[in-house]
Design a protein around this ligand. Structure first.
Ligand SMILES: Cc1cc2nc3c(=O)[nH]c(=O)nc-3n(C[C@H](O)[C@H](O)[C@H](O)COP(=O)(O)O)c2cc1C
Length: 464
Protein backbone atom coordinates (compact mmCIF):
# COMPACT_ATOMS: atom_id res chain seq x y z
CA UNK A 1 0.00 0.00 0.00
CA UNK A 2 2.72 2.44 1.07
CA UNK A 3 4.74 1.80 -2.10
CA UNK A 4 1.70 2.49 -4.32
CA UNK A 5 1.19 5.79 -2.49
CA UNK A 6 4.86 6.76 -2.90
CA UNK A 7 4.82 5.98 -6.60
CA UNK A 8 1.86 8.31 -7.07
CA UNK A 9 3.52 11.28 -5.36
CA UNK A 10 4.86 14.12 -7.48
CA UNK A 11 8.64 14.33 -7.97
CA UNK A 12 9.21 17.22 -5.53
CA UNK A 13 7.33 15.47 -2.73
CA UNK A 14 9.11 12.22 -3.50
CA UNK A 15 12.49 13.97 -3.26
CA UNK A 16 11.51 15.59 0.07
CA UNK A 17 10.42 12.21 1.37
CA UNK A 18 13.62 10.58 0.13
CA UNK A 19 15.78 13.16 1.92
CA UNK A 20 13.72 12.89 5.11
CA UNK A 21 14.00 9.08 5.02
CA UNK A 22 17.74 9.23 4.46
CA UNK A 23 18.09 11.77 7.25
CA UNK A 24 16.49 9.31 9.65
CA UNK A 25 18.17 6.26 8.12
CA UNK A 26 14.81 4.73 7.20
CA UNK A 27 13.28 3.41 4.02
CA UNK A 28 10.75 5.72 2.36
CA UNK A 29 7.94 3.31 3.30
CA UNK A 30 9.00 3.36 6.98
CA UNK A 31 9.15 7.15 6.88
CA UNK A 32 5.60 7.35 5.52
CA UNK A 33 4.38 4.97 8.22
CA UNK A 34 5.99 7.05 10.94
CA UNK A 35 4.63 10.30 9.52
CA UNK A 36 1.15 8.82 9.44
CA UNK A 37 1.39 7.52 12.96
CA UNK A 38 2.48 10.93 14.23
CA UNK A 39 5.47 11.48 16.43
CA UNK A 40 5.67 9.25 19.48
CA UNK A 41 5.47 10.90 22.89
CA UNK A 42 8.76 11.36 24.73
CA UNK A 43 8.92 8.73 27.48
CA UNK A 44 10.80 10.93 29.91
CA UNK A 45 9.92 14.53 30.74
CA UNK A 46 12.91 16.88 30.61
CA UNK A 47 13.14 20.25 32.31
CA UNK A 48 14.22 22.27 29.27
CA UNK A 49 13.56 20.52 26.00
CA UNK A 50 14.81 22.40 22.98
CA UNK A 51 13.23 21.50 19.64
CA UNK A 52 15.44 19.32 17.46
CA UNK A 53 16.74 21.43 14.58
CA UNK A 54 15.21 20.56 11.21
CA UNK A 55 17.80 19.49 8.68
CA UNK A 56 16.83 20.31 5.12
CA UNK A 57 19.49 18.22 3.51
CA UNK A 58 21.50 15.67 5.45
CA UNK A 59 25.22 16.13 5.46
CA UNK A 60 26.71 13.23 3.58
CA UNK A 61 23.69 12.31 1.45
CA UNK A 62 24.08 11.15 -2.09
CA UNK A 63 21.35 13.29 -3.57
CA UNK A 64 21.63 13.26 -7.37
CA UNK A 65 24.98 11.43 -7.38
CA UNK A 66 25.41 8.82 -10.12
CA UNK A 67 26.87 5.57 -8.85
CA UNK A 68 27.95 2.84 -11.21
CA UNK A 69 27.61 -0.28 -9.07
CA UNK A 70 29.60 -3.28 -10.28
CA UNK A 71 28.43 -6.52 -8.68
CA UNK A 72 30.88 -9.42 -8.98
CA UNK A 73 30.43 -13.13 -8.38
CA UNK A 74 30.68 -13.70 -4.62
CA UNK A 75 28.16 -15.05 -2.16
CA UNK A 76 27.84 -11.53 -0.68
CA UNK A 77 26.15 -10.43 -3.94
CA UNK A 78 22.84 -10.89 -2.13
CA UNK A 79 23.79 -7.95 0.10
CA UNK A 80 24.11 -5.75 -2.99
CA UNK A 81 20.32 -5.75 -3.21
CA UNK A 82 20.14 -4.05 0.18
CA UNK A 83 23.05 -1.79 -0.80
CA UNK A 84 21.09 -0.54 -3.84
CA UNK A 85 18.19 0.37 -1.54
CA UNK A 86 20.48 2.15 0.91
CA UNK A 87 22.14 4.16 -1.89
CA UNK A 88 18.79 5.09 -3.44
CA UNK A 89 17.31 6.04 -0.06
CA UNK A 90 20.10 8.59 0.15
CA UNK A 91 19.15 9.99 -3.22
CA UNK A 92 21.75 8.26 -5.44
CA UNK A 93 21.03 7.15 -9.00
CA UNK A 94 22.33 3.59 -9.22
CA UNK A 95 23.33 2.05 -12.54
CA UNK A 96 24.15 -1.64 -12.12
CA UNK A 97 26.73 -3.67 -14.01
CA UNK A 98 27.02 -7.40 -13.26
CA UNK A 99 29.73 -9.90 -14.10
CA UNK A 100 28.73 -13.32 -15.38
CA UNK A 101 29.67 -14.68 -11.94
CA UNK A 102 27.37 -12.20 -10.21
CA UNK A 103 24.43 -13.38 -12.35
CA UNK A 104 24.91 -16.86 -10.85
CA UNK A 105 24.22 -15.45 -7.36
CA UNK A 106 21.49 -12.83 -7.90
CA UNK A 107 19.29 -12.22 -10.91
CA UNK A 108 19.64 -9.13 -13.10
CA UNK A 109 15.85 -8.88 -12.79
CA UNK A 110 16.01 -8.29 -9.01
CA UNK A 111 18.97 -5.91 -9.35
CA UNK A 112 17.31 -3.93 -12.14
CA UNK A 113 14.00 -3.71 -10.27
CA UNK A 114 15.66 -2.34 -7.14
CA UNK A 115 17.91 0.05 -9.06
CA UNK A 116 15.06 1.19 -11.34
CA UNK A 117 17.52 1.05 -14.23
CA UNK A 118 18.56 -1.53 -16.76
CA UNK A 119 21.37 -3.88 -15.84
CA UNK A 120 24.46 -4.01 -18.04
CA UNK A 121 26.21 -7.36 -18.35
CA UNK A 122 27.73 -7.72 -21.82
CA UNK A 123 30.83 -6.12 -23.35
CA UNK A 124 30.09 -7.31 -26.85
CA UNK A 125 26.55 -5.99 -27.05
CA UNK A 126 25.37 -4.66 -30.42
CA UNK A 127 22.68 -2.70 -28.65
CA UNK A 128 25.01 -0.82 -26.28
CA UNK A 129 28.26 -0.70 -28.19
CA UNK A 130 27.11 1.37 -31.20
CA UNK A 131 28.15 4.37 -29.08
CA UNK A 132 31.04 2.59 -27.31
CA UNK A 133 28.85 1.82 -24.31
CA UNK A 134 31.60 0.80 -21.89
CA UNK A 135 33.26 4.21 -22.24
CA UNK A 136 29.94 5.99 -21.76
CA UNK A 137 29.12 3.90 -18.67
CA UNK A 138 32.57 4.66 -17.23
CA UNK A 139 32.18 8.40 -17.76
CA UNK A 140 28.53 8.87 -16.83
CA UNK A 141 29.22 8.22 -13.16
CA UNK A 142 30.40 10.23 -10.18
CA UNK A 143 31.70 7.09 -8.47
CA UNK A 144 32.43 3.52 -9.51
CA UNK A 145 31.61 1.14 -6.66
CA UNK A 146 32.48 -2.57 -6.73
CA UNK A 147 30.48 -4.51 -4.13
CA UNK A 148 31.13 -7.27 -3.52
CA UNK A 149 34.62 -7.33 -5.03
CA UNK A 150 35.79 -10.91 -5.54
CA UNK A 151 39.41 -12.05 -5.28
CA UNK A 152 39.24 -12.66 -9.02
CA UNK A 153 38.03 -9.15 -9.82
CA UNK A 154 40.54 -7.53 -7.46
CA UNK A 155 43.25 -9.50 -9.28
CA UNK A 156 42.02 -8.28 -12.66
CA UNK A 157 41.92 -4.70 -11.43
CA UNK A 158 45.45 -4.92 -10.07
CA UNK A 159 46.75 -6.33 -13.35
CA UNK A 160 44.76 -4.01 -15.60
CA UNK A 161 42.92 -6.83 -17.38
CA UNK A 162 39.81 -6.01 -19.39
CA UNK A 163 38.10 -9.17 -20.60
CA UNK A 164 34.48 -8.38 -19.70
CA UNK A 165 32.28 -5.31 -19.40
CA UNK A 166 32.96 -4.69 -15.68
CA UNK A 167 36.76 -4.87 -15.90
CA UNK A 168 36.80 -2.81 -19.12
CA UNK A 169 34.76 -0.08 -17.41
CA UNK A 170 37.29 0.01 -14.56
CA UNK A 171 40.12 0.70 -17.01
CA UNK A 172 38.10 3.23 -18.98
CA UNK A 173 37.03 5.19 -15.91
CA UNK A 174 38.77 8.22 -14.43
CA UNK A 175 36.23 8.50 -11.58
CA UNK A 176 36.88 7.69 -7.90
CA UNK A 177 36.80 3.96 -7.28
CA UNK A 178 35.54 2.31 -4.10
CA UNK A 179 35.65 -1.46 -3.61
CA UNK A 180 34.15 -3.67 -0.89
CA UNK A 181 36.09 -6.96 -0.90
CA UNK A 182 34.25 -10.09 0.25
CA UNK A 183 35.63 -13.59 0.35
CA UNK A 184 36.56 -16.55 2.49
CA UNK A 185 39.10 -15.58 5.22
CA UNK A 186 41.76 -17.91 3.81
CA UNK A 187 41.34 -16.34 0.37
CA UNK A 188 41.54 -12.84 1.88
CA UNK A 189 44.75 -13.74 3.72
CA UNK A 190 46.32 -15.28 0.60
CA UNK A 191 49.56 -13.43 -0.26
CA UNK A 192 48.45 -12.94 -3.87
CA UNK A 193 45.22 -11.24 -2.79
CA UNK A 194 47.02 -9.06 -0.25
CA UNK A 195 49.59 -8.09 -2.91
CA UNK A 196 46.80 -7.12 -5.31
CA UNK A 197 44.97 -5.12 -2.63
CA UNK A 198 48.17 -3.26 -1.82
CA UNK A 199 48.62 -2.47 -5.52
CA UNK A 200 45.11 -1.05 -5.67
CA UNK A 201 45.72 1.08 -2.57
CA UNK A 202 48.86 2.48 -4.20
CA UNK A 203 46.80 3.21 -7.34
CA UNK A 204 44.44 5.34 -5.23
CA UNK A 205 41.54 2.89 -5.06
CA UNK A 206 39.45 3.33 -1.90
CA UNK A 207 38.79 0.12 0.01
CA UNK A 208 36.13 -0.52 2.63
CA UNK A 209 36.33 -3.66 4.75
CA UNK A 210 36.28 -6.57 4.78
CA UNK A 211 35.13 -7.06 8.35
CA UNK A 212 35.47 -9.95 10.78
CA UNK A 213 32.59 -12.35 11.27
CA UNK A 214 30.89 -15.54 10.17
CA UNK A 215 30.93 -16.37 6.48
CA UNK A 216 27.54 -16.75 4.80
CA UNK A 217 28.37 -19.99 3.05
CA UNK A 218 30.45 -22.24 5.24
CA UNK A 219 30.12 -21.64 8.97
CA UNK A 220 33.72 -20.38 8.90
CA UNK A 221 34.64 -17.13 10.61
CA UNK A 222 37.39 -14.55 10.20
CA UNK A 223 38.23 -11.46 8.15
CA UNK A 224 36.48 -11.55 4.79
CA UNK A 225 32.86 -10.45 5.26
CA UNK A 226 31.72 -7.63 3.03
CA UNK A 227 31.27 -4.36 4.96
CA UNK A 228 27.63 -3.69 5.82
CA UNK A 229 25.60 -1.87 3.12
CA UNK A 230 25.02 1.11 5.45
CA UNK A 231 28.76 1.50 5.99
CA UNK A 232 29.40 1.24 2.23
CA UNK A 233 26.74 3.87 1.51
CA UNK A 234 28.32 6.14 4.14
CA UNK A 235 31.80 5.64 2.63
CA UNK A 236 30.43 6.49 -0.82
CA UNK A 237 28.78 9.61 0.60
CA UNK A 238 32.06 10.67 2.21
CA UNK A 239 33.98 10.20 -1.02
CA UNK A 240 31.52 12.34 -2.94
CA UNK A 241 31.16 14.89 -0.19
CA UNK A 242 31.87 18.34 -1.52
CA UNK A 243 30.66 20.20 1.57
CA UNK A 244 32.88 22.85 3.16
CA UNK A 245 35.38 21.52 5.73
CA UNK A 246 34.74 23.57 8.89
CA UNK A 247 37.15 21.42 10.94
CA UNK A 248 40.07 21.64 8.49
CA UNK A 249 43.32 22.06 10.42
CA UNK A 250 41.69 20.87 13.68
CA UNK A 251 42.44 17.66 15.53
CA UNK A 252 40.02 15.30 17.26
CA UNK A 253 40.45 12.22 19.41
CA UNK A 254 37.56 9.76 19.51
CA UNK A 255 37.19 6.58 21.58
CA UNK A 256 34.94 3.73 20.51
CA UNK A 257 33.89 0.17 21.33
CA UNK A 258 34.13 -1.76 24.59
CA UNK A 259 37.19 -2.40 26.72
CA UNK A 260 38.30 -5.89 27.73
CA UNK A 261 39.50 -6.25 31.30
CA UNK A 262 41.58 -9.40 31.80
CA UNK A 263 40.83 -11.84 34.62
CA UNK A 264 43.51 -14.29 33.50
CA UNK A 265 45.26 -14.93 30.15
CA UNK A 266 42.06 -16.36 28.58
CA UNK A 267 39.15 -14.69 30.37
CA UNK A 268 38.04 -11.08 30.46
CA UNK A 269 35.23 -8.75 31.52
CA UNK A 270 33.57 -7.01 28.55
CA UNK A 271 30.34 -5.35 27.44
CA UNK A 272 28.11 -5.43 24.37
CA UNK A 273 29.36 -2.23 22.68
CA UNK A 274 29.96 -2.79 18.94
CA UNK A 275 31.88 0.41 18.16
CA UNK A 276 29.43 1.27 15.36
CA UNK A 277 28.51 4.68 16.80
CA UNK A 278 32.04 5.79 17.76
CA UNK A 279 33.58 4.64 14.47
CA UNK A 280 30.88 6.48 12.50
CA UNK A 281 31.49 9.68 14.49
CA UNK A 282 35.24 9.46 13.84
CA UNK A 283 34.57 9.11 10.11
CA UNK A 284 32.10 12.00 10.04
CA UNK A 285 34.50 14.33 11.89
CA UNK A 286 37.15 13.40 9.32
CA UNK A 287 34.64 14.17 6.56
CA UNK A 288 34.34 17.68 8.00
CA UNK A 289 38.10 18.09 7.65
CA UNK A 290 39.35 17.17 11.16
CA UNK A 291 42.50 15.13 11.64
CA UNK A 292 41.03 12.28 13.66
CA UNK A 293 42.69 9.67 15.85
CA UNK A 294 40.32 6.88 16.82
CA UNK A 295 41.20 4.85 19.90
CA UNK A 296 39.24 1.65 19.45
CA UNK A 297 38.59 -1.13 21.93
CA UNK A 298 38.22 -4.69 20.56
CA UNK A 299 35.54 -4.63 17.83
CA UNK A 300 34.76 -6.69 14.74
CA UNK A 301 33.94 -3.77 12.42
CA UNK A 302 36.36 -2.23 9.92
CA UNK A 303 38.59 0.76 10.73
CA UNK A 304 36.95 3.86 9.25
CA UNK A 305 38.50 5.47 6.20
CA UNK A 306 40.46 8.68 6.50
CA UNK A 307 41.11 8.20 10.22
CA UNK A 308 44.18 7.01 12.16
CA UNK A 309 43.02 4.07 14.28
CA UNK A 310 44.85 2.82 17.36
CA UNK A 311 43.67 -0.53 18.76
CA UNK A 312 43.68 -1.07 22.50
CA UNK A 313 42.24 -3.66 24.91
CA UNK A 314 41.80 -2.31 28.43
CA UNK A 315 40.61 0.96 29.98
CA UNK A 316 44.14 1.70 31.18
CA UNK A 317 45.52 1.25 27.63
CA UNK A 318 42.73 3.43 26.28
CA UNK A 319 43.48 6.23 28.74
CA UNK A 320 47.17 6.28 27.96
CA UNK A 321 46.44 6.26 24.17
CA UNK A 322 44.02 9.19 24.64
CA UNK A 323 46.55 11.14 26.75
CA UNK A 324 49.15 10.58 24.04
CA UNK A 325 46.79 12.39 21.63
CA UNK A 326 46.67 15.55 23.76
CA UNK A 327 46.78 18.41 23.04
CA UNK A 328 43.82 18.02 20.72
CA UNK A 329 41.07 20.49 19.75
CA UNK A 330 38.16 18.13 20.25
CA UNK A 331 37.59 14.95 22.29
CA UNK A 332 34.58 12.68 21.74
CA UNK A 333 34.56 9.86 24.27
CA UNK A 334 32.10 7.29 22.90
CA UNK A 335 33.70 4.05 24.15
CA UNK A 336 31.84 1.95 26.71
CA UNK A 337 34.76 1.85 29.11
CA UNK A 338 34.51 -0.79 31.84
CA UNK A 339 34.03 0.89 35.22
CA UNK A 340 35.87 -1.93 36.97
CA UNK A 341 38.59 -4.46 36.27
CA UNK A 342 39.56 -7.62 38.11
CA UNK A 343 41.94 -6.82 40.93
CA UNK A 344 45.07 -8.91 40.70
CA UNK A 345 44.95 -10.36 37.18
CA UNK A 346 46.17 -13.95 37.30
CA UNK A 347 49.26 -14.70 35.22
CA UNK A 348 48.04 -18.28 34.67
CA UNK A 349 44.64 -19.61 33.66
CA UNK A 350 42.61 -20.02 36.86
CA UNK A 351 41.84 -23.75 37.14
CA UNK A 352 38.54 -25.20 38.28
CA UNK A 353 39.26 -27.07 41.53
CA UNK A 354 37.24 -30.22 42.20
CA UNK A 355 34.94 -29.89 45.24
CA UNK A 356 35.99 -26.25 45.76
CA UNK A 357 33.63 -23.25 45.60
CA UNK A 358 34.11 -20.90 42.62
CA UNK A 359 36.82 -18.25 43.18
CA UNK A 360 35.54 -14.80 44.22
CA UNK A 361 35.98 -12.07 41.62
CA UNK A 362 37.34 -8.93 43.30
CA UNK A 363 36.95 -5.69 41.35
CA UNK A 364 38.99 -2.50 41.30
CA UNK A 365 37.86 0.82 39.86
CA UNK A 366 39.22 1.72 36.42
CA UNK A 367 40.46 5.19 35.55
CA UNK A 368 37.68 7.54 34.40
CA UNK A 369 38.80 8.57 30.91
CA UNK A 370 36.13 11.22 30.25
CA UNK A 371 36.70 12.84 33.66
CA UNK A 372 40.47 12.81 33.15
CA UNK A 373 40.13 14.52 29.75
CA UNK A 374 37.47 16.96 31.02
CA UNK A 375 39.81 18.17 33.82
CA UNK A 376 43.12 17.74 32.02
CA UNK A 377 45.64 20.60 31.97
CA UNK A 378 45.61 20.13 28.19
CA UNK A 379 41.81 19.92 28.08
CA UNK A 380 40.49 20.06 24.49
CA UNK A 381 38.35 23.12 23.67
CA UNK A 382 35.33 20.86 23.22
CA UNK A 383 34.79 17.69 25.25
CA UNK A 384 31.88 15.40 24.40
CA UNK A 385 30.97 12.31 26.43
CA UNK A 386 28.42 9.56 26.01
CA UNK A 387 26.11 8.24 28.73
CA UNK A 388 24.69 4.76 28.24
CA UNK A 389 21.99 4.34 30.86
CA UNK A 390 19.10 2.03 31.61
CA UNK A 391 17.34 4.36 34.04
CA UNK A 392 17.08 8.08 34.93
CA UNK A 393 18.68 8.91 31.60
CA UNK A 394 18.52 12.69 31.76
CA UNK A 395 19.34 13.05 35.47
CA UNK A 396 22.35 10.80 35.08
CA UNK A 397 23.48 12.64 31.94
CA UNK A 398 23.16 16.03 33.66
CA UNK A 399 25.19 14.94 36.65
CA UNK A 400 27.78 13.39 34.31
CA UNK A 401 28.07 16.70 32.41
CA UNK A 402 28.91 18.45 35.67
CA UNK A 403 31.15 15.82 37.30
CA UNK A 404 33.20 15.00 34.22
CA UNK A 405 33.78 18.53 32.99
CA UNK A 406 32.18 17.86 29.60
CA UNK A 407 30.54 20.38 27.25
CA UNK A 408 28.02 17.92 25.87
CA UNK A 409 26.72 14.55 26.97
CA UNK A 410 25.04 12.38 24.39
CA UNK A 411 22.69 10.14 26.35
CA UNK A 412 21.10 6.96 25.13
CA UNK A 413 18.90 4.37 26.74
CA UNK A 414 20.67 1.02 26.40
CA UNK A 415 17.96 -1.13 28.00
CA UNK A 416 17.88 -4.43 26.04
CA UNK A 417 14.42 -3.58 24.65
CA UNK A 418 15.82 -0.54 22.75
CA UNK A 419 18.28 -2.70 20.73
CA UNK A 420 20.71 0.27 20.74
CA UNK A 421 23.72 -1.53 22.27
CA UNK A 422 25.23 -3.41 19.34
CA UNK A 423 22.39 -2.43 16.97
CA UNK A 424 22.33 -0.19 13.87
CA UNK A 425 20.00 2.50 15.19
CA UNK A 426 20.17 5.03 17.98
CA UNK A 427 17.93 7.56 19.64
CA UNK A 428 19.86 10.12 21.63
CA UNK A 429 19.28 13.11 23.89
CA UNK A 430 21.96 15.75 23.71
CA UNK A 431 22.49 17.34 27.12
CA UNK A 432 24.37 20.61 27.54
CA UNK A 433 24.22 23.39 30.10
CA UNK A 434 21.58 25.02 27.86
CA UNK A 435 19.13 22.14 28.11
CA UNK A 436 18.24 18.84 26.48
CA UNK A 437 17.65 18.19 22.80
CA UNK A 438 15.71 15.08 21.80
CA UNK A 439 16.90 13.71 18.48
CA UNK A 440 14.69 11.38 16.45
CA UNK A 441 15.39 7.68 16.05
CA UNK A 442 18.01 7.40 13.28
CA UNK A 443 20.61 4.94 12.03
CA UNK A 444 23.97 5.38 13.72
CA UNK A 445 25.53 6.89 10.58
CA UNK A 446 22.88 9.62 10.56
CA UNK A 447 23.39 10.29 14.30
CA UNK A 448 27.13 10.55 13.61
CA UNK A 449 26.67 13.00 10.72
CA UNK A 450 24.35 15.22 12.78
CA UNK A 451 26.59 15.10 15.85
CA UNK A 452 29.72 15.93 13.82
CA UNK A 453 27.96 18.98 12.38
CA UNK A 454 26.81 20.01 15.88
CA UNK A 455 30.38 19.63 17.16
CA UNK A 456 31.73 21.72 14.28
CA UNK A 457 29.16 24.48 14.98
CA UNK A 458 29.85 24.48 18.73
CA UNK A 459 33.60 24.42 18.19
CA UNK A 460 33.43 27.42 15.86
CA UNK A 461 31.27 29.30 18.39
CA UNK A 462 33.70 28.42 21.21
CA UNK A 463 36.64 29.67 19.12
CA UNK A 464 34.90 32.87 17.94
C1 LIG B 1 29.31 -20.88 -4.16
C2 LIG B 1 30.45 -19.98 -4.52
C3 LIG B 1 30.73 -18.90 -3.70
C4 LIG B 1 31.79 -18.04 -3.99
N1 LIG B 1 32.03 -16.97 -3.20
C5 LIG B 1 33.06 -16.15 -3.46
C6 LIG B 1 33.33 -15.05 -2.61
O1 LIG B 1 32.62 -14.78 -1.63
N2 LIG B 1 34.39 -14.26 -2.90
C7 LIG B 1 35.19 -14.50 -3.98
O2 LIG B 1 36.17 -13.76 -4.15
N3 LIG B 1 34.95 -15.53 -4.81
C8 LIG B 1 33.90 -16.36 -4.58
N4 LIG B 1 33.65 -17.41 -5.43
C9 LIG B 1 34.50 -17.60 -6.61
C10 LIG B 1 34.09 -16.64 -7.73
O3 LIG B 1 32.72 -16.84 -8.06
C11 LIG B 1 34.97 -16.89 -8.96
O4 LIG B 1 36.29 -16.52 -8.68
C12 LIG B 1 34.47 -16.15 -10.20
O5 LIG B 1 35.37 -16.40 -11.26
C13 LIG B 1 34.37 -14.66 -9.93
O6 LIG B 1 34.01 -14.01 -11.13
P1 LIG B 1 33.94 -12.42 -11.25
O7 LIG B 1 35.04 -11.87 -10.41
O8 LIG B 1 34.10 -12.13 -12.69
O9 LIG B 1 32.59 -12.02 -10.78
C14 LIG B 1 32.58 -18.27 -5.15
C15 LIG B 1 32.27 -19.35 -5.98
C16 LIG B 1 31.22 -20.19 -5.68
C17 LIG B 1 30.92 -21.33 -6.59
Amino acid sequence: MASITIRNLDDTTKQMLRERAAQHGRSMEEEVRILLRGSAASPEPAATVLPAPVIDSIPGTLSGKRILLIITGGIAAYKSLDLIRRLRERGALVRPVMTRGACAFVTPLAVGALAADRVYTELFSREDEHDVGHIRLAREADLVLVAPATADFIGKMALGLADDLASTIILASDRPLLIAPAMNPVMWAAPAVQRNVQHLREDGVHIIGPTHGEMAESGEAGAGRMAEPLAIAAAAARLLDDRPKPLAGRSAVVTSGPTHEPIDPVRYIANRSSGKQGHAIAAELAALGAQVTLISGPVTIADPQGVTTIHVESARDMLSAVENCLPSDIAVMVAAVADWRASGESGEKIKKQPDQPPPALQLTENPDILRTVGHHEQRPALVVGFAAETQNLIDNARSKLERKGADLIVANDVSPSTGIMGGDRNQVRVVSKNGVENWPDMDKQAVAAKLAQEIADRFQTAMA
